[in-house]
Design a protein around this ligand. Structure first.
Ligand SMILES: Nc1ncnc2c1ncn2[C@@H]1O[C@H](COP(=O)(O)OP(=O)(O)OP(=O)(O)O)[C@@H](O)[C@H]1O
Ligand SMILES: [Mg+2]
Length: 244
């Protein structure tokens, strides 16, 4: 990736122990994606752990990406499934001002990693339904506040198994413009796609029980939309459908 002055930005390569803006001590690299890199950082003054997302300049023209992300996180601050936004800072890196977003640090693993660890790389459909229900509860709260996630997939869900359920956090919300019904359906389809993948994807689909197929609707958007207009409909369906 080249920055506006032609320099390459594939990584910021912050080394553990380095102090940033006099305030944060860099820990490990938590993740790296299309938009930038996320590091575990510790606030030097308090020892409080945080996550800091540094945006590649090309993915953040005029700070639009970081600003929309911060505003969305703040608007959704009452949703327990959304990471808590703390602040925005910036530093100079190779002649570029690089803004970074400081948020709550979430312990746990990515849903994609949890699935890879499972026997057969999949969950039993009953457990996958429980996970889908918990996700639908969280996403329904986002929809109720007039927002949408915009980039739901198993690398943007941080999971910790607790008792019979999960503690879930969603990261990496994306702004595609003001919310429309299309954005809501995109989220619902993405939830169902995660469920479909978590029970074994295309390989296992033909032999799934009817209850699983009734949720997945063959991943056909028009059928999903007819059945579940919002995440709340999906949530309610999961709470009351009849087993054969
Ligand atoms: N608050 C957080 N606490 C712990 N880990 C986090 C946190 N935020 C992000 N991560 C980790 O960093 C990874 C990358 O973060 P994020 O998804 O926000 O950026 P991205 O992947 O660059 O964006 P995109 O998905 O658009 O490419 C996540 O998949 C997750 O593993
Ligand atoms: Mg991501």
């Amino acid at each position: 990736m080249s920055a506006s002055n032609g320099q390459e930005f594939n990584t910021f390569g912050f080394q553990p122990g380095r102090r940033l803006v006099g305030k944060y001590v860099v820990g490990e690299l938590l993740g790296k994606g299309w938009e930038g890199e996320v590091y575990h950082v510790t606030e030097a003054a308090t020892g409080v752990e945080r996550a800091a997302k540094f945006f590649f300049p090309e993915r953040n023209p005029r700070d639009k990406t970081i600003t929309f992300y911060a505003k969305k996180l703040n608007k959704l601050r009452s949703c327990p499934m959304i990471i808590q936004y703390h602040t925005q800072e910036s530093l100079w890196y190779r002649g570029h001002r690089i803004p970074f977003l400081v948020s709550e640090y979430v312990q746990g693993e990515l849903l994609s990693e949890l699935l890879k660890r499972q026997r057969g790389k999949r969950l039993h459909h009953f457990e996958a339904m429980k996970l889908l229900h918990e996700l639908a509860v969280g996403v329904a709260q986002i929809h109720k506040l007039g927002e949408y996630h915009g980039d739901l997939h198993d690398d943007n869900v941080i999971v910790e198994r607790v008792g019979l359920g999960y503690e879930l956090k969603l990261v990496d919300l994306y702004y595609w413009g003001r919310r429309t019904q299309e954005h809501v359906i995109d989220d619902v389809c993405a939830l169902i796609r995660m469920f479909y993948d978590s029970v074994g994807g295309a390989r296992m689909y033909p032999t799934q029980p009817p209850e699983v197929k009734a949720i997945c609707c063959g991943l056909k958007r028009s059928l999903i939309e007819k059945k579940f207009r919002t995440a709340a409909h999906l949530r309610d369906y999961l709470e009351s459908f009849k087993w054969s």
